[in-house]
Structures are given as structure tokens and as C-alpha cells.
Write a new protein. Sequence first.
Length: 102
Amino acid sequence: MARSTIKAIILLALLTMSSCSTFMSDVMSSVVESDISNGIYHAKPGVTDKTKKKQKDKNDAQLIASGKCPVCKGMGKSADGKYLCEACKGTGKYIVTNNNQE
């Protein structure tokens, strides 16, 4: 008789724990979902491709204003020095080109 009582207590404890875990997982998943949605809703915009393009255009305009080639940054060749810049033909100076070739 003592064995069946122990088995019943263990079974009851397992059922209680499983229902508690089910309840906790339901509650926790809804809390986590609301935290995620709040985080997405209140997120601040980071650096986007549009922001990067604006910064690159600004830097290129500064280089052009100072007379330097925006492709090679006024060096006239690649960073390792092996290749000449095709845009400025190795001079490092900004060259106005006609891009409307037909």
C-alpha cells in the first residue's frame, strides 16, 4: 500500500509540474513576444545603405573640391601600389569626364 501511495504522489507531482511548465511557457512566450514587438517598435534607426551613400557622396564632393580623384582618394594608384587608377590615369587629380557617351 505504501508503494502505491508513493507512486500516486509522484504521479501527482509530475502532473502538477507539467501543467505548471505549460502555464509558465504560455506566459513567458507572451511576455517575450511583447518585449520583441516593443523593441522593434521603439528601435532607433541605425546606419543604412542610404546613410552610407550620403556619407560617401559627401566625402567624394570634398575630394573633388580639393582637386583629388574620388576613386583613388588622390593617390593615383591602388592601396598596394601595384595598379594605376583608371579614373585619373595615375595622376591622383580629379578629371572631369563626359559620361554621356553614345
